[in-house]
Design a protein around this ligand. Structure first.
Ligand code: GLN
Length: 453
């Protein structure tokens, strides 16, 4: 069949079924069909790349030329991006077909998709439950088979946690591996885009397109991009797995524990050895993150002022009134909470007590990983302490929501690659195993993920 037929059938499926999941914010019918037609021409001419003609979707955080790019916010509900993010450009060049933009927590702040201006995306395994966040729309769309793969972004777990909660595979690359140009900034020293798909094999195909140096992103790293599909089948004999004792104690669902332990046994059967390690500063990652991420966010979000683009309040009386009402009306509660925490932490007199201290903790967390990786090749543990929770269950308790990210956040603070793969079920809900690698060890993570049966 042709790409046009495939694209049309998925667009039909999204139109009829996505009312159940709310995983898309925008569906780009016309552009998708035009891209599919162009892909069919390329395929006929024998000029196809691996993703030519393959329909995918993009988190609505990636600027897409001529398409609304809302970032899940009322603030950008009317914003049509005038250019493409580097990631979008790369998929276009590869000939992929963009079906639309997926739902997300407002400005990627959240772990449940409930902070979206467009309402929450729902978990296809149980639509009373959240799909995780902030890339919850991408996760739900892939899990519901509305699209074979989608992009996500991960600042503290937003690719891995929704992948875990919906039973799909997600990879957060090393910081600097994938360009952030045109990806609306939340916390710039932590944000990283990556693939979400059913399998490691598909994530490898996606990463082959996404990864690479970009002169338009000053934190992008100039380093060769391997073929991530090349080593997927490599044997795992001699692989040394580290199990941090802090990731197997405390408030963890017992069924998650046992699914993760069974998965690790499979790896031992495949020739890996297991060793207990310690990441002693794990408990500090959430307090440090909730200073650093809001601090960076408060600075990044100052651009949404009603002057240049996005939402503007009605009939402003003067400049101050314009700022106040635009931001008061345009941002949701979680975003406001973060802006207030961030500006407080950065203000003169509090900087040393909060921001500087958080940066020092960040360094300690990085050093914990460096020490651990002297002895092991990969670190494994649960991606999340609990399976998908009910819609509304944690909305009135932001700290309970923040605690769900205990295993994913330190990976961003250290800039490491991390992956979540589906390894079983807890009370009928999917469980994710997290793999954490050394810097730029994405090919190894994909190989390890691919070997899991
Ligand atoms: N849940 C975390 C937060 O709310 C991480 C979000 C993300 O990775 N974008 O900030």
């Amino acid at each position: 069949f042709s790409s046009v037929e495939l694209t049309q059938s998925l667009l039909d499926r999204i139109t009829t079924e996505d009312s159940r999941y709310n995983s898309f914010i925008s569906i780009t019918h016309a552009q998708a069909l035009a891209q599919a037609e162009a892909a069919d021409v390329r395929i006929k001419a024998g000029d196809a790349a691996p993703l030519t003609g393959v329909p995918i979707a993009h988190k609505d955080i990636f600027c897409t030329d001529g398409v609304r790019t809302s970032c899940g916010s009322k603030m950008l509900d009317n914003f049509i991006a005038p250019y493409n993010a580097t990631v979008i450009e790369a998929f276009n060049r590869a000939g992929a077909v963009n079906l639309g933009k997926t739902n997300m927590d407002e400005f990627a702040m959240g772990s449940s998709n409930e902070s979206s201006f467009y309402g929450p995306a729902l978990n296809p395994w149980d639509t009373d439950r959240v799909p995780g966040g902030s890339s919850g729309g991408s996760a739900a769309a892939v899990a519901a088979r509305l699209v074979p793969a989608a992009t996500g972004t991960d600042t503290g777990g937003s690719i891995r946690q929704p992948a875990a909660l919906t039973g799909i595979t997600g990879l957060k690359p090393t910081y600097g591996r994938v360009s952030r140009y045109g990806m609306i900034a939340f916390a710039s020293s932590l944000d990283q885009g990556g693939p979400m798909a059913r399998t490691a094999e598909d994530c490898a195909l996606m990463l082959n397109v996404m990864a690479g140096f970009d002169p338009k992103d000053s934190t992008s790293i100039e380093r060769d991009v391997p073929d991530y599909s090349a080593d997927l089948d490599k044997p795992l004999d001699g692989l040394k797995i580290g199990l941090p004792k802090e990731y197997f104690s405390g408030d963890i669902d017992p069924e998650i524990q046992s699914a993760v332990q069974d998965a690790i046994k499979q790896y031992e059967a495949l020739g890996a050895t297991v060793k207990e390690i310690s990441l002693p500063n794990t408990q500090l990652c959430i307090p440090a993150y909730y200073i650093i991420a809001p601090a960076e966010a408060s600075s990044n979000l100052s651009r949404f002022d009603g002057v240049r683009y996005g939402y503007r309040c009605e009939d402003p009386q003067d400049l101050e009134d314009l700022y106040k009402r635009t931001r008061g009306e345009g941002f949701g509660d979680e975003v406001k909470r973060r802006i207030m925490i961030g500006t407080y932490a950065l203000s003169a007199g509090y900087y040393d007590a909060y921001y500087l201290k958080a940066q020092r903790i960040r360094r300690l967390i990085q050093q914990d990983f460096v020490a651990a990786f002297n002895d092991v090749d990969v670190i494994m543990g649960p991606t999340t302490p609990h399976p998908a929770f009910k819609i509304g269950e944690k909305t009135n308790d932001p700290v309970a929501m923040y605690l769900e990210d205990i295993f994913t956040i330190s990976v961003n603070l250290a800039g490491l690659p991390g992956m979540s793969i589906p390894v079983g079920f807890a009370n009928g809900l999917p469980v994710g195993l997290q793999l954490i690698g050394k810097h730029f060890d994405e090919a190894r993570l994909l190989n390890i993920a691919h070997k899991f049966q």
